[in-house]
Structure formats: structure tokens, C-alpha cells
Design a binder for this molecule. Structure first.
Ligand SMILES: Nc1nc2c(ncn2[C@@H]2O[C@H](COP(=O)(O)OP(=O)(O)OP(=O)(O)O)[C@@H](O)[C@H]2O)c(=O)[nH]1
Ligand SMILES: [Zn+2]
Length: 377
């Protein structure tokens, strides 16, 4: 993995912040299944500054993590849709919004291809999104209009772009990166730019075409430096929201409309504490809003999934590892030593074999990468 150097010892030849090191991951980390993701802040040891090599020895605590593409410490999601080709579908929009809300990562809703529609259509969607509780940006990647407002919101952040197929995610990534004018006051970015020819090698535009729908496919992700000192994942994210993080109870929280109704009715909340807001007597959530049918539909879907998980795995939660904080605040995962008796063996086996598969693929991948790169050197 390429590691950008944040802090380096003084007075050592070749050691400077902003440079990069080609690192392997310490075997122990793999053994305890502590995966290192792009975007992770890591502790590097055994550094050969002159040769630009090192070993990743620890991973600092993650703030947030996106599974598709696998990126750690994501500050913002861009939820990209198009006003035409393809037209926005309220049901799809809702799925993406719910999924984004459930990550807890702040996001900005963006509509692309504004030049394909008239002003009336733009204000129609602006008003409609407002009634859902959102304030979207409108732009055209093709015409290069409206990009600067988006760039401002992404400054200094690590961003992942998600959205359905064909809305212009790869085009937007290209526009944001080719548009970069790395600021003078940001030495790390300047150095990264100067040092790293590898930023030019990313296969933006081709990778997303392969993104597996439902199937696990390994993808390479890199973070590209963007204007204002942020980073952008070079691979667009999920184009089919899984809603895996949304629980029956948590679903209501992902709808701004419901949040508003609950807030306005404080302190007279729903009669029952665990109300899922089906409009029974004593529920403060009424049915007179546009997306209520979608809420009910998603609630059904999640109920079915939860009861399936309960039947298959015996639990809805993951918990095979615990974390302890070690050297320099590095959070270390270790397997729980005593597996609870009541846990079904089958579930553990299932998890293990999935992880093994992923690790095998990652290993092959990393190996290939290192070979490729060292050949180029
Ligand atoms: N008219 C118009 N077309 C655009 C605009 N931005 C992108 N496109 C076109 O939309 C099509 C899809 O763009 P991509 O960037 O591949 O979209 P994507 O979201 O990455 O699509 P997937 O790879 O399928 O997920 C391409 O033909 C682009 O040229 C725009 O602002 N206006
Ligand atoms: Zn209720």
C-alpha cells in the first residue's frame, strides 16, 4: 500500500512529510484480521527512507468507514443523481438517501445534467427535495457549470461519490481531479502532487463499469488529491444501496420528515417507546407526507431481512472481535478468546469462510500490485 507520510523524523535523509512510502502490512495484522483500508491512518515502522519502503504496523482508530468502495475515514458522501438520462426515480432516491443517512456520514445531494432540462424542472426538483428535507446542488459536469459550489463543500474532506448507474459519477471524479489547482498553503498536497506520479495511473472510468452487482469483486481504490486540500476516492461507491445498516427501529431516523414530526411533538412522543410509526393511536407520525408509502415499504423489507438474519445466524449483530487501545492510540483488534456457548457454530464458520475468501483475494491482489510496481522502479 502507498502511505503518504504525515509526520517524519527530522534530519533523516529522504524523510519528509508529503512523501510516500510503499509498505507491506505486518503479518500479525492480517492474522488478527485487522484489515488496512485506503484512508486509514497508520503507524509505519522499519522505514527505509532512502528506498521509500516501510511496514504498516498499526492502524489508528477509524472515524467512519464505507464498505463499497472500501475506504476509511470518509468525511462526506456525494449522492449523485441526474435530472435526465436517467431521470430521478423517487423510490431509488429514497433508497440512496436512507442508506446514506444510515452511515452517519454527512452527505450532499447533487443533481447532474442540468443542461438537459428546463428551469421549471430544476425548480420542481428543488421544491420536491425541500419537502423531503434536503437542499440539493445542481450542476452539469459536461458544461462545467455549478462545479465550484460542490468543490467548496468538499474542501479539506475525504469524499466518496455514490449514485445509480449512468448519472455521471466517473465523469464527476474526472472533472474534480483535472480541475485541481493545489493551493500554495497546503504543503502536503503540493508534495504529494510532485512526488506521486502514480496518481496519474488510476483507471477512473473503467473501474466502475466492472463494479459487481451483488457479487464480491475486488477493486482497487485510491484517494486522489483535490482542490482545497481534500481527497476523493477514484472509484465511485455503491450503486445499489444494501440498507444493511438500517434496522427496523433505526429506519424512522433516516427520514427527515419523521425526525421533524418527532421533534415538533416533543415532549409528547409516540405513546409507545418502540413505536415504528404505523399510524396507530398514540403515534405522532401521520401519513400525510409524500414518502410515507416508501417508509412502510422499506420497513417491511427490513423486517423480512431481520427475521431472516435471526433465523440464519441467531443474531442481528456482529461481535467476533473486541478492540483494545495500544501504542500511540492505535486501536488493535483481537479475536474474542471465549466464544459464547450459545452462538451457533455454523455462523462462525460462515463468517470465517467469507473472510478467508476476501483475504485470499486481497493477498493475491496486493502481491500482484507490489510486483507490478517494483518492476516499474
Ligand atoms: N448531458 C450530460 N451528460 C453527462 C453529464 N455528465 C456525464 N454525462 C454522460 O453520462 C454518461 C454516464 O456517465 P458516467 O460518468 O460513466 O456515469 P457513472 O455514474 O459513472 O455510470 P456507471 O459507471 O454506470 O455507474 C456518459 O455518457 C457521460 O458522458 C452532463 O453533465 N450532461
Ligand atoms: Zn409512532
Amino acid at each position: 500500500m502507498r502511505v503518504i507520510v504525515g509526520a517524519a523524523p527530522r534530519g533523516v535523509e529522504g524523510a519528509r512529510p508529503g512523501g510516500d512510502l510503499l509498505c507491506v502490512v505486518r503479518a500479525l495484522l492480517k492474522k488478527i484480521r485487522r484489515r488496512v483500508l485506503v484512508g486509514d491512518r497508520v503507524l509505519v515502522g522499519a522505514v527505509d527512507w532512502a528506498g521509500g519502503r516501510g511496514v504498516i504496523e498499526g492502524v489508528f482508530e477509524r472515524r467512519a468507514e464505507v464498505a463499497d468502495p472500501p475506504v476509511a475515514n470518509v468525511d462526506r458522501l456525494v449522492l449523485l443523481f441526474a435530472l435526465d438520462q436517467p431521470q430521478p426515480e423517487p423510490a431509488t432516491l429514497t433508497r440512496f438517501l436512507v442508506d446514506a443517512e444510515s452511515t452517519g456520514i454527512p452527505f450532499v445531494l447533487v443533481f447532474n445534467k442540468v443542461e438537459l432540462v428546463d428551469d421549471k424542472t430544476i425548480s420542481y426538483w428543488r421544491d420536491r427535495m425541500k419537502s423531503w428535507g434536503y437542499d440539493p446542488l445542481f450542476l452539469s459536469v459536461d458544461q462545467k457549470s455549478g462545479l465550484s459550489a460542490l468543490e467548496e463543500t468538499l474542501e479539506g474532506q475525504t469524499t466518496v461519490i455514490v449514485g445509480p448507474s449512468g448519472v455521471g459519477k466517473s465523469s464527476l471524479i474526472n472533472a474534480l481531479r483535472s480541475n485541481q489547482n493545489i493551493s500554495e498553503e497546503d504543503p502536503i498536497h503540493k508534495l504529494v502532487e510532485q512526488n506521486s506520479k502514480w496518481f496519474g495511473e488510476q483507471r477512473v472510468g473503467t473501474v466502475s463499469k466492472k463494479s459487481g452487482k451483488g457479487k464480491h469483486t475486488t477493486r482497487h481504490v485510491s484517494l486522489l488529491p483535490i482542490a482545497g486540500g481534500g481527497f476523493l476516492a477514484d472509484t465511485p461507491g455503491f450503486n445499489q444501496p444494501s440498507l444493511m445498516k438500517v434496522t427496523k427501529k433505526g429506519l424512522a431516523e433516516t427520514f427527515p420528515e419523521i425526525r421533524k414530526m418527532l421533534a415538533e411533538n416533543e415532549p409528547s412522543k409516540c405513546l409507545f417507546n418502540d413505536c415504528v410509526h404505523l399510524g396507530e393511536r398514540g403515534c405522532v407520525v401521520k401519513g400525510d407526507w409524500e414518502r410515507y408509502p416508501y417508509y412502510l415499504q422499506l420497513l417491511d423489507e427490513i423486517k423480512i431481512r431481520e427475521s431472516f438474519q435471526l433465523r440464519t445466524f441467531g443474531t442481528k449483530r456482529e461481535g467476533d472481535v473486541r478492540y483494545k487501545t495500544g501504542v500511540m492510540g492505535v486501536k488493535q483488534a483481537e479475536p474474542r478468546l471465549q466464544l459464547k456457548k450459545h452462538r451457533r457454530v455454523s455462523r462462525k464458520k460462515i463468517n470465517q469462510s467469507i473472510l478467508d475468501d476476501i483475504d485470499d483475494e486481497l493477498d493475491e491482489d496486493n502481491w500482484f500490485d507490489v510486483k507490478q510496481r517494483s518492476r516499474k522502479r
